[in-house]
Write a protein that binds this ligand. Structure first.
Ligand SMILES: C[S@@+](CC[C@H](N)C(=O)[O-])C[C@H]1O[C@@H](n2cnc3c(N)ncnc32)[C@H](O)[C@@H]1O
Length: 243
């Protein structure tokens, strides 16, 4: 589960260093175009967008030009960083499996495989019901899934290093698998200008064929499309709209 991931809790200040090379601006531009082509809205009024598991607000900082933005996340340390970046957005600490914002949104996004931290389909179904409850009748939901079981490789090792003016961070990750759960062990080393420290996280993601998520959406009355295009060519996007 993600509750014990240090990078989202006591080490949250390192999240943006770890993902320094992820191009959030390009991803946000792609999402913006996708949404513009799919939903109709009055140019006089910005559509309302909810980012579920918004993390440190890296997509919202670009999307806020076009949308009235709200972000929710389980972890307050991530939200504190997001709030600093985008003071005009609304942020709330909430668990995606059970939240009530008393508002409906034109667009709900849940990116970077965050939904797949929920390790069973019953919990995912309940969460998608939450999304639907918060969506306007002609709104859309965009999910960036985790890798499908056929694409996931066990025993894969990756190494990366990032540096900012204040901190250097290396990450070695190794993939393994337990039944239908992908486990990624991440070993970090940090230099903050004074000390070298290290910590370890394990991320657990549900391995689920896209057809299963599409089946859940179908049962909720939503038609889906899978998009495998850059910059989302690796994990893809699942886009859902009411039938
Ligand atoms: C991989 S990060 C993605 C953050 C952001 N969307 C991005 O693309 O950079 C996963 C995020 O999911 C959040 N998260 C994990 N489980 C959650 C849950 N049950 N409810 C809400 N947020 C959750 C974590 O706190 C973390 O910020």
């Amino acid at each position: 589960m993600s509750g014990s991931v240090s990078l989202y809790t006591d080490k949250a200040s390192l999240y943006d260093v770890d993902y320094l090379s992820k191009d959030y601006a390009v991803e946000a531009t792609f999402l913006q175009q996708l949404i513009c082509n799919a939903i109709q809205y009055s140019p006089a009024e910005k559509p309302h967008l909810l980012d579920v598991a918004c993390g440190t607000g890296n997509h919202l900082q670009f999307l806020q030009e076009m949308f009235v933005c709200t972000g929710i996340d389980l972890n307050s340390s991530m939200l504190a960083i997001a709030k600093q970046k985008i003071p005009q957005a609304i942020f709330q600490q909430a668990d995606m499996t059970n939240f009530d914002l008393a508002e409906k949104f034109d667009v709900i996004i849940c990116l970077f495989s965050s939904l797949y931290y929920l390790l069973d389909t019953a919990l995912i179904t309940r969460t998608l019901q939450m999304f639907v409850r918060h969506l306007t009748s002609n709104g859309m939901i965009i999910i960036e899934p985790w890798l499908t079981p056929d694409k996931y490789e066990e025993g894969k090792c990756a190494v990366q290093a990032n540096q900012t003016a204040n901190v250097s961070l290396t990450r070695l990750s190794v993939s393994r698998r337990q039944r239908d759960v992908a486990l990624i062990d991440m070993y970090y080393t940090v230099y903050d200008g004074k000390n070298v420290t290290s910590f370890q996280d394990t991320h657990a993601f549900l391995l689920l064929p896209h057809t299963v998520l599409q089946g859940i959406f179908d049962s909720l009355g939503y038609a889906t499309e899978v998009i495998m295009k850059a910059p989302f060519q690796e994990r893809g996007l699942i886009v859902a709209k009411a039938k």
